[in-house]
Design a protein around this ligand. Structure first.
Ligand SMILES: [Zn+2]
Length: 334
């Protein structure tokens, strides 16, 4: 899921309440991260008039779709357990997460008050409320849940220190935990790497560029996968635990990654450039190979035609000679 930066001047650490929306783009499944200050008024009217409690969620849902609500909370319990284990959060039994389940995309957009109509989920750092479009119209309900729950779990682990976590790590972890496949991310990275257009990760610590948010998200997730590949599946857990304990992101990162952030970023950048350089060569070879095959087919066709013409001419000549011989043999005066 991606998010579109809609308030480029705002900073994650400078506002008391944050929304971590997951907007959807028709072009690239997930786009755009927004940090928006939205405080719903107490008198806020919602279509989510039905409520239920599960072991870890206070749920509000549309009474017209109880089955969708039940399916969503079942998935939420499962995903919370999985992500908590992965990131090292011990679930607190009496601290439920508010979960608002919308059955229609447009209602979700209207009620949450987002102008980006491709948004499919938000997670608030303040009151921990998660609101999702569970319709599955743009992104599967489970993927939205996993993305937003990752943010919620990170907030719980880090508390006030959440503000010290760079945006690329926060969003990278949310994508890492919620997206199994990353083919479209790889395409974005390959194109950017080919044109030398990767955004330096250190520029993605506080905000994502509005016009290149998809790439910013793809890079963030790629860097987290690189961290896990190098340092093991425990690396995110170590990073968050150490940041929660010490309040120092730099120290936590060195412990998790085995090197400072800048050195890690340089290594990731080199690896991504190398990896996609190979891909680029392969693509070029494939494209060139295709063209070469077509050319060879034309050449082969021309050669074959010439040989046939030649054979025909020789055949005709042979025929002529034979006919002449025949005529000569049958020449009456012989
Ligand atoms: Zn997010």
């Amino acid at each position: 899921m991606e998010n579109r930066e809609r308030a480029p001047g705002r900073r994650f650490h400078s506002i008391p309440y944050s929304l971590f929306p997951i907007p959807y783009s028709a072009l690239s499944l997930l786009r755009a991260f927004a940090i928006v200050l939205v405080l719903l008024s107490p008198a806020f009217a919602t279509v989510l008039t039905a409520t239920m409690k599960t072991p870890h969620f206070d749920v509000r849902y549309d009474p017209e779709s109880p089955i969708l609500a039940q399916t969503t909370v079942d998935a939420a319990e499962e995903e919370l357990a999985r992500i908590s284990k992965s990131l090292g959060y011990r679930i607190e039994p009496n601290r439920r997460i508010p979960l608002w389940v919308y059955r229609r995309h447009q209602t979700f957009i209207d009620e949450v008050g987002l102008r980006d109509e491709f948004t499919v989920g938000i997670a608030r750092s303040g009151d921990e409320r998660i609101c999702i479009d569970a319709s599955g119209a743009l992104v599967t309900m489970k993927q939205v849940l996993a993305h937003e729950l990752t943010h919620a779990v990170i907030f719980r682990i880090l508390g006030d220190h959440a503000r010290k976590l760079p945006l690329w790590v926060n969003e990278g972890l949310a994508k890492y935990e919620s997206e199994k496949y990353h083919g479209s991310d790889d395409d974005l990275l390959a194109d950017a790497a080919a044109g030398g257009g990767l955004i330096p990760l250190v520029d993605l610590r506080h905000a994502f560029p509005r016009d290149r948010s998809s790439l910013a998200y793809a890079e963030s997730a790629s860097a987290i996968r690189y961290l896990v590949k190098r340092r093991g599946r425990d690396a995110p857990r170590v990073l968050l635990a150490e940041l929660a304990r010490t309040g120092s992101f730099d120290r936590a990162f060195v412990k998790a990654a085995g090197q400072p952030e800048r050195a890690f970023v340089a290594d990731w950048n080199a690896s991504i450039t190398r990896r996609f350089a190979v891909l680029r060569v392969w693509r070029f070879a494939a494209a060139f190979g295709g063209a070469a095959m077509a050319l060879l087919a034309v050449v082969a066709f021309v050669i074959r035609r010439r040989r046939i013409a030649q054979a025909a001419r020789e055949w005709e000549w042979d025929e002529f000679e034979e006919a002449m011989e025949r005529q000569l043999r049958q020449w009456p005066h012989r």
